[in-house]
Ligand binder design. Structure first.
Ligand code: INI
Length: 157
């Protein structure tokens, strides 16, 4: 028989940290709302949720690392919005943040989900923050649940 594993979406008894950047707050607040909606609908208790705010997306990886070091969270959900401007700043921030988040996940073997919208313009960001293209915060929270459950399952084999 082939052994096959996939994570469930249940959040009962799991602790999550939500890391939210204030830059483009009117987008990131919608991502936070979507993520909380997902987690609470999957039975994560309020007492098991921690929200941490940082100035911008660039600051997310170091705080994700700080939170991961505590070894108390089943997952960390990073929420932000990086929107292209007239300078190459966008390229540097998005690449650095993406690499930083991946590094923390690999270093600590916990899900550190990238719920950071990276778009060419404000319209695309709005579309991904609870309108036409769904809510990337909700999706990141769902991925965190699936990955946290998968980690628990794989810990048992
Ligand atoms: N931070 C963002 O989260 N989104 C952006 O679109 C953005 N832009 O375009 O500049 C941004 N810049 C701030 C950056 O994340 C840091 O907070 C800043 O560079 C100080 O370290």
């Amino acid at each position: 028989m082939i052994a096959s594993y996939a994570g469930k979406l249940s959040g009962k008894g799991m602790r999550f940290a939500l890391l939210v950047s204030r830059f483009n707050e009117f987008i990131t607040s919608q991502l936070l709302e979507g993520a909380l909606d997902c987690l609470q609908r999957q039975d994560v208790a309020e007492a098991d949720l921690t929200i941490v705010r940082v100035p911008g997306a660039f600051e997310i990886p170091v705080i994700a690392q700080k939170l991961a070091e505590k070894n108390i969270y089943h997952g960390i959900i990073c929420l932000g919005a990086v929107i292209r401007g007239d300078t190459p700043h966008f390229e540097y921030i998005s690449a650095t943040v993406t690499r930083g988040i991946a590094r923390v996940a690999l270093k600590f073997s916990i899900p550190v989900e990238n719920g950071i919208i990276m778009t060419d313009n404000l319209q695309q960001a709005i579309e991904r923050a609870g309108t036409k293209a769904g809510n990337k915060g909700f999706a990141a929270a769902q991925n965190a649940l699936e990955m946290a459950n998968l980690m628990q399952t794989l810990n048992k084999i």
